[in-house]
Ligand binder design. Structure first.
Ligand code: MG
Length: 423
């Protein structure tokens, strides 16, 4: 049997660990594109790289002082910006949903408490849960920041699974103060479906005995992998429930390989083994801003992005060897530059490289710039084996400096140390 573990309204549950009085209240976590890192007074910035290397500000000060972080979502003119990334079940009862604008959510639920995200803390909790699960289950795969799959085959007898997952859920709650829901089923896809129906703070086991009874009445759009487009196609074929879908194997197979695979997943035939190692392939940072013409200001922003990304790269303990910078101009013009460099990584070198890529990529010098992105990929982990040894001693010195920089930044924010080129 496979199990699927999902933290209930994760970001809200995390906020409740720091501020227990949020328990039982309608709470939501806001999110917005963060351009505050460019502010000359940017402080308390930190970095997280859960999915794509997005950078989120933390608001520790706000946590200390106030119940609500609403001012974090107001722009300079006092307009409320941003959308919700998570909401508590108490908030959902008012119709508050993920991706809803903060404004709209407050209209539906005026007493809603809006909290700022704290990606560093989420990352920490997610890591702790991953470690905890790895102690309890032989094979654990992390699917996202708050979702895990586990394989219990040969580990727990099938008939003991309901009691095993219930006590696992209770242990996680006791040890990590996180509410989770757990689904168990013969395949990972059905286990995930079971979790959806176990929420909040529930457990559900699907066996061959109750498979049809559980799966058949569920509406097709509830199945992970059935998007708007597929749902529309199914509805035109008068297929609205998974049970109806299961009666149309030939039809789905005629729609191509994706639909054929979907059929098998719904029918409990398709499964994918639990993968324990998830290797990151790239990391990047990008920001969209109001159009800027001044190349000096844009260069300053390239330095800032380089500094933030460099911090993340050191945190990941990887050495990227392919670098990519792209510029989006007004009037829908784009330009980019790639550089491959198999040398050890230092922030100064990276900073100079980003600037060089910017100069080479900036081919529309008369246009305003609206977006900058920097990505790094093709990681290697062993500098001695794969990298050029030229200048290695010099770089070792640089690395010692980097280590102390990294420590200071972890403590006081990325803005605490800047290179002269940026000032
Ligand atoms: Mg979740």
């Amino acid at each position: 049997m496979k199990i699927h573990i999902d933290i209930d309204c994760f970001f809200v549950s995390a906020a409740r660990i720091i501020e227990p009085y949020l328990e039982g209240k309608p709470v939501a976590i806001g999110g917005r594109s963060d351009t505050k890192i460019f502010a000359s007074h940017a402080k308390n910035q930190t970095v997280s790289f859960v999915n794509s290397g997005s950078f989120v500000p933390t608001f520790y000060k706000a946590y200390e002082k106030k119940d609500d972080d609403i001012e974090a979502f107001q722009d300079e003119d006092g307009r409320l910006r941003g959308i919700l990334t998570t909401s508590s079940y108490e908030a959902r009862a008012y119709g508050v949903k993920t991706a809803m604008s903060i404004k709209e959510a407050l209209r539906l639920c005026p007493e809603l408490i809006i909290k700022a995200p704290n990606m560093t803390f989420y990352q920490e909790l997610s890591h702790k849960l991953h470690q905890f699960l790895s102690l309890k289950i032989p094979l654990v795969e992390q699917a996202s920041i708050d979702e895990f799959y586990g394989d219990l085959s040969g580990w727990i007898e099938d008939e003991e699974i309901p009691s095993f997952i219930t006590s696992l859920r209770d242990e996680i709650h006791k040890e990590l103060h996180l509410p989770v829901s757990i689904g168990a089923a013969p395949t990972r896809y059905i286990a995930k479906l079971a979790t959806t129906y176990a929420k909040p703070f529930g457990c559900k086991t699907i066996t061959l005995d109750n498979f049809d009874r559980f799966v058949n009445p569920i509406r097709v759009e509830k199945f992970s992998g059935i998007g708007k487009k597929m749902q529309h196609k199914l509805s035109q074929a008068r297929i609205f429930t998974l049970g109806e879908l299961r009666k149309h194997r030939d039809l789905l197979e005629s729609w191509g390989s994706y639909a054929a695979e979907l059929y098998k997943r719904v029918n409990g035939e398709a499964d994918t083994p639990i993968k324990t190692i998830h290797k990151r392939k790239s990391i990047g940072i990008s920001r969209t801003f109001d159009p800027i013409y001044s190349r000096d200001e844009i260069k300053r922003r390239v330095h800032i992005l380089a500094r933030h990304l460099s911090f993340a790269i050191f945190k990941l303990k990887v050495i990227p060897t392919v670098f990519h910078l792209s510029i989006h101009y007004e009037m829908n013009q784009k330009s980019h530059k790639n550089i491959s460099l198999a040398e050890s990584f230092t922030e100064q070198k990276f900073d100079a490289l980003c600037l060089r890529m910017f100069f080479e990529a900036d081919i529309h010098k008369r246009l305003h710039v609206i977006r900058l992105s920097i990505y790094c990929s093709s990681f290697t982990r062993d500098s001695k084996k794969e990298l050029s040894l030229i200048g290695f001693a010099e770089e070792e010195k640089m690395r010692i400096l980097t280590d102390s920089t990294q420590n200071l930044r972890s403590k006081y924010g990325i803005g605490i140390i800047k290179f002269a080129s940026e000032l």
